[in-house]
Design a protein around this ligand. Structure first.
Ligand code: SF4
Length: 477
């Protein structure tokens, strides 16, 4: 299947799409194969090897516990936050893992083999699962790579996966892998960027399914914010980072309330436009604090960058011109068009560069999300295809070179605040593009390729290894 909007916006658990969602998905695939191949009953031992970045920052990113859940057969998009806590507590208490939900094995986090200095040729986020019988004979073994945004690739199938991707793209009504191709479709058909994406999505889903699916994605984003605002205290992991979103919310509701009798917006809330920046900051912080807690989030397009698109979409729904009197139907239209346009830009990053912090640094995560959000906002504020492309380009241009250096390997500092800053950049990028006519000096394709090349040149210290930058220059506690 070609990368689509529902691949870029998938529902999972925090704190990391590449280090939590991808490994859990790979482990669940492996568990499913054990069940399907009939070898499960003969399994007497299990070995998990983690390589490169997964081994280096796995503890802070919840990689090991996510793998345990995947090996039990849980999938990131289906598992409930309560199930996560319940199963992990049981495994820790009993020291027993229910492999594929059926075979009890003594296994836990401490049994995993960590190889932080070994990087497999395909990708730095490598993991190998091996099961053996009572005589030590290997029954089944598989190596997977978590390549960013929760996507996984099995070793030996990289070319086949690429070929399959290419073939499925040719079948799409309006295939594109570059912004130039996307804009050409817009020129030829007269469609906007979100509409080109919608036409391609209709290849695999009905229009009703697409709309309902995207509105569901947004409802999960809203639910994530609502859950986060009810929590208190410090984030898990030992850094003692205090949750700020709940207090900010209380303060903001008081300070930004309009006088009684003033008009409500379409969502039934009062919002003084003077406070738009504070609301955007609040949503970004709330999502990323929930992500850091291992809660339910929408990868957008990764977990570390999950707060940017909800924050900018919040701006679009509450502060963009004309939204004050918008009907629910109009608001839903905004959500759908925003996510489709953002998804179209996300496809460009997946196709030409990477959205993985372990591959290209934070520019691939936060930079891509900022660029996607800028495109979404420009689209719903009436931008032409050229202006939408310009908005995406501006947002990425000013995120180039952004390194990944999370303190303690936790997706907290600088990640949480960085989402708020990148959301502000996205809004500014959209506004700048909308004040222009779409013509500009650097194309989106050029900036995407520059991001990829900058990522290649970046030292591995700054690519989700927690071996450079803030991660080594700040005392953890
Ligand atoms: S610094 Fe950026 S890429 Fe690295 S974990 Fe944080 S959000 Fe992800």
């Amino acid at each position: 299947m070609a990368v689509g909007v529902f691949d870029l916006f998938s529902i999972g658990i925090g704190p990391s799409s590449s280090h939590t969602v991808g490994p859990m998905r790979a482990a669940a695939v492996f568990a499913g194969e054990l069940k399907g191949s009939g070898v499960l009953a003969g399994v007497a031992s299990l070995r998990v090897d983690l390589y490169g970045s997964l081994a280096a920052t796995g503890h802070g990113h919840g990689t090991m516990t996510a793998i345990l859940l995947g090996l039990e057969g849980f999938h990131p998009e289906l598992i409930l936050p309560d199930e996560v806590e319940e199963r992990l507590a049981t495994i820790a208490e009993t020291g027993m893992l229910q492999l594929a939900g059926a075979v009890a094995l003594p296994y836990g986090v401490k049994d995993m083999v960590l190889r932080p200095l070994t990087v497999l040729p395909r990708h730095t986020n490598g993991m190998t699962f091996t099961v053996s019988d009572a005589d030590g004979n290997v029954l089944h073994s598989a190596t997977f790579f978590s390549v960013g945004g929760g996507f996984i690739v099995r070793e030996g199938e990289e070319d086949a996966a690429l070929q399959e991707l290419e073939e499925s793209k040719k079948e799409l009504p309006l295939p594109f892998r570059t912004a130039a191709e996307l804009l050409e479709h817009c020129r030829e058909t007269g469609l906007g960027i979100s509409e080109v994406m919608r036409v391609n999505e209709e290849d695999s889903r009905t229009p009703e399914e697409i709309r309902a699916g995207l509105l569901h994605i947004y409802s999960v984003m809203e639910g994530c914010v609502a859950t986060s605002l009810k929590r208190e205290g410090v984030l898990p992991g030992g850094l003692k980072v205090r949750r700020r979103a709940p207090d900010w919310y209380d303060r903001l509701r008081k300070e930004s309330a309009r006088p009684a009798g003033d008009r409500q917006d379409g969502a039934g809330e009062f919002h003084d436009p003077k406070y738009w920046q504070e609301w955007v900051n609040l949503v970004a912080l709330a999502v990323n604090e929930e992500n850091a807690s291992g809660g339910r989030v929408v990868t957008a397009p990764t977990n570390g960058a999950a707060g940017i698109i909800p924050a900018v979409l919040y701006y679009a729904l509450h502060f963009a011109p004309g939204m004050e009197n918008a009907s629910q139907q109009d608001r839903d239209d905004v959500v759908v068009r925003f996510l489709l346009a953002a998804g179209a830009v996300g496809v460009l990053y997946k196709e030409q560069a990477s959205i993985s912090g372990a591959e290209v640094g934070c520019q691939g995560e936060v930079g891509s999300a900022s660029s996607m959000a800028a495109a979404g906002l420009a689209e719903v504020m009436g931008g032409s295809p050229a202006q939408v492309e310009n908005a995406a380009e501006i947002a990425m241009e000013h995120n180039l070179g952004l390194t990944c250096d999370p303190i303690g390997g936790l997706v907290q500092v600088p990640c949480i605040e960085r989402n708020a800053i990148a959301a502000a950049k996205a809004i500014n990028a959209a506004k700048m593009a909308l004040w222009g006519d779409g013509s500009h000096r650097v194309s989106l394709d050029e900036v995407i390729v520059t991001m990829r090349e900058t990522g290649k040149d970046m030292s591995s210290k700054y690519k989700e290894t927690a071996m450079g930058g803030l991660a080594v220059n700040v005392v953890e506690c």
